[in-house]
Design a protein around this ligand. Structure first.
Ligand SMILES: Nc1nc2c(ncn2[C@@H]2O[C@H](COP(=O)(O)OP(=O)(O)OP(=O)(O)O)[C@@H](O)[C@H]2O)c(=O)[nH]1
Ligand SMILES: [Mg+2]
Length: 309
């Protein structure tokens, strides 16, 4: 065994021991029961602590175009419905000239996931400065100032007299957690325009204390061992290298960076392919829940202080 491990580590493209144990609370096993527990007991049950004030946790998905944002939404919807579902148009992957998604959509999932929503927005582009108006819109959207249905305009950010602009948003309109979606096969050389845009946004998110997670899509395309068997995702050397690269480039802690596989092209999906996604989703939702609670506490304290004056 002692000799076997180093040889295995050297020749297989994998680490014998996983570089991440995805669920620290239980004995992690790639089993259907694990998927069922995380799905039904963890992800489906997570909800805001004060449901009267805000009954859903709002996540927002941002990232470069064609990196898999809409496919991720479809994968979440499919898991929620327990059957292959399409909620957001995903591209064919053949052309990268146009964004498929251009309108802000807030998706409520039919099925098990009724305690959270996911926002789908236009993707960031590689032309330097081209996303500056989109970034301004996203900052306002995160604060709850933009209604779903708004069509992004590359030439200008939303005006305060726009019919999709909300003057005084409440916590139910705000974003409680942001997921940066990034194609793992593009992490070796992150495009400078993407890096600048994402850094600009994450700086703002840090100021607002909004939790940030990164989901690295297309792990199956990066590593053939993951394509063979998704169980290798937490053993793959290539996947770990990508996670570390992103940690350094985006200054997001490693624990908040999750490799996943969307199953857009698959006709059906099994419990196994959805497991990394569920692990990632659970982590994002529990951070969003804490953030919303803290915001509500702050708001409550500020109101009490104002009354006492
Ligand atoms: N192999 C593989 N392909 C994926 C994965 N995720 C997405 N894709 C493919 O990547 C392409 C782009 O995906 P989309 O979901 O349309 O990307 P998007 O980020 O929504 O793109 P825009 O709306 O244009 O910004 C599609 O062909 C998907 O099938 C994945 O995990 N593995
Ligand atoms: Mg899209």
């Amino acid at each position: 065994m002692f000799l076997f491990r180093p040889i295995y580590n050297q020749v297989s493209g994998l680490y014998y021991d996983p570089w991440r144990i995805p669920d620290a609370c239980t004995l992690w096993q790639w089993k259907e029961e694990t998927q069922k527990t995380i799905l039904e007991e963890k992800v489906a049950k997570i909800k805001p602590l004060n449901v009267k004030a805000c009954d859903k946790l709002n996540l927002l998905i941002i990232g470069p175009k064609a990196h898999g944002k809409s496919s991720l939404i479809n994968a979440i919807a499919s898991v929620s419905m327990q059957e292959k579902t399409t909620m957001s148009n995903a591209g064919s992957g053949q052309s990268s000239s146009d964004n498929v998604t251009t309108v802000y959509r807030r998706i409520k999932f039919p099925g098990l996931f009724d305690s959270f929503t996911v926002g789908d927005v236009k993707g960031l582009t590689k032309e330097v400065g081209a996303s500056s108006n989109l970034l301004e819109d996203l900052k306002l959207l995160i604060k709850g100032h933009i209604k779903p249905g708004y069509k992004f305009d590359a030439t200008k950010p939303i005006a305060t007299d726009d019919s999709f602009y909300i003057d005084n948003p409440n916590t139910a309109y705000m974003i409680h957690g942001v997921i940066i979606v990034f194609d793992i096969t593009e992490t070796y050389e992150i495009h400078a325009a993407h890096l600048n845009d994402i850094k600009d946004l994450t700086k703002k998110l840090h100021e607002m204390n909004i939790p940030i997670s990164v989901m690295l899509t297309k792990a199956d395309k990066l590593c053939r061992r993951v394509a063979e068997n998704v169980e290798y995702i937490y053993h793959s050397k290539k996947v770990l290298t990508a996670v570390i690269t992103v940690e350094k480039a985006l200054s997001v802690p490693k624990k908040n960076i999750h490799p996943i596989v969307n199953f857009e092209d698959e006709i059906s999906f099994g419990w196994k392919s959805s497991l990394p996604l569920l692990v990632a989703l659970r982590a994002c939702l529990s951070m969003a829940k804490c953030h919303l609670y803290n915001e509500q506490q702050k708001k409550g304290n500020a109101e009490a202080e104002a009354k006492s004056k």
